[in-house]
Design a protein around this ligand. Structure first.
Ligand code: CDV
Length: 299
């Protein structure tokens, strides 16, 4: 029996430092309504949806720092996730023209791990607790969350894969041009750099969806924020075979929508990536024992 759900990424165009919360919220509600008109049962918003991507700025006024905090009403939240991999630096780059990424200044690394959860009321006939023998892939959909930079780290995806994840959700704000952050071994025009950034975004969403036999939904905050900071678009939905099944056509407010069948996850989970049969954990110890690189001895 198919387990279909209608899902959407609500990509957002730029939100500026002086955008009002009311204005941003109205845009988000409009996106929700548009997704709902198409029948979406689940809608994903970008990282830092309510504000400009503020970690690019050195903000010291406590009042402004406080104004970026959003508290979701308790009781309606079914799962929480805190970003684990914080990119960038604590101090601004020396180059005054650099695009800063001060996440290590404003945040602590997430401490909730990669905990998958089941999303209720999305598929018909989901098997419930206590209803006979438990069959994989028959219950309510299994979801996992990531925030932006987390999507580049295979470790997080695998933690979700090991919980049978069926849909990974990831909101992001990715600079289109940030040579101080990325390095400049091969000088690139702004256009080439942005093309590469979109390529890398899709690469990790497609590759990790395939290697964990799951769908993914990613939602960008895109376009030119605060008059000069370019963010990539590329919001997309990818399949367990690693294909892009829907993607944004603009760098503005846009709903990316797909109807997906979670049954499509089964083939990979039961054959090529049947973890129970094929994983060799006795060979993977460096993954959890070291962070930095230890090269083999010199010849
Ligand atoms: N907001 C982010 O986490 N951005 C990172 C950039 C800085 C590399 C990203 O992975 O897109």
């Amino acid at each position: 029996m198919p387990r279909t759900i209608k899902i959407a990424a609500a990509q957002m165009g730029p939100v500026h430092r002086d955008s009002t919360r009311q204005d941003t919220l109205s845009r988000m509600i409009k996106l929700l309504q548009s997704a709902s008109t198409r029948g979406a049962q689940l809608v994903l918003f970008p990282e830092a949806a309510f504000t400009t991507f503020f970690p690019r700025h050195l903000i010291s006024a406590q009042e402004e720092l406080d104004s970026v905090y959003y508290s979701a009403s308790q009781g309606k939240v079914i799962a929480k996730y805190r970003k684990v991999h914080l990119p960038g630096t604590k101090e601004p780059f020396e180059n005054p023209d650099a695009v800063n990424q001060l996440e290590k200044r404003y945040f602590e690394p997430g401490n909730l791990g990669f905990k998958a959860f089941r999303a209720p009321d999305l598929v018909l006939g989901a098997q419930k607790k206590g209803a006979g023998s438990v069959r994989p892939g028959k219950g309510d959909p299994i979801m996992g969350m990531m925030i932006c930079n987390d999507r580049r780290w295979a470790e997080g995806w695998r933690c979700y894969g090991l919980q049978g994840v069926e849909v990974v959700l990831c909101g992001y704000n990715t600079a289109g041009f940030a040579p101080d952050l990325w390095g400049t071994r091969k000088p690139m025009t702004q256009e080439q750099a942005e093309e590469d950034a979109v390529f890398h975004h899709k690469l990790v969403m497609q590759g990790n969806s395939y290697m964990n036999s799951c769908f993914s939904v990613s939602a960008a905050k895109a376009g030119l924020e605060d008059g000069k900071y370019d963010l990539i678009g590329g919001s997309c939905i990818t399949s367990p075979e690693g294909h892009v099944v829907a993607e944004a056509q603009t760098k503005d407010d846009e709903v990316v929508f797909a109807e997906i069948d979670l049954e499509d996850c089964r083939q990979g989970k039961e054959k090529t990536f049947d973890f129970d049969r094929h994983r060799r954990i006795d060979q993977y110890s460096p993954i959890s024992l070291q962070t930095g690189v230890i090269e083999p001895e010199l010849l």
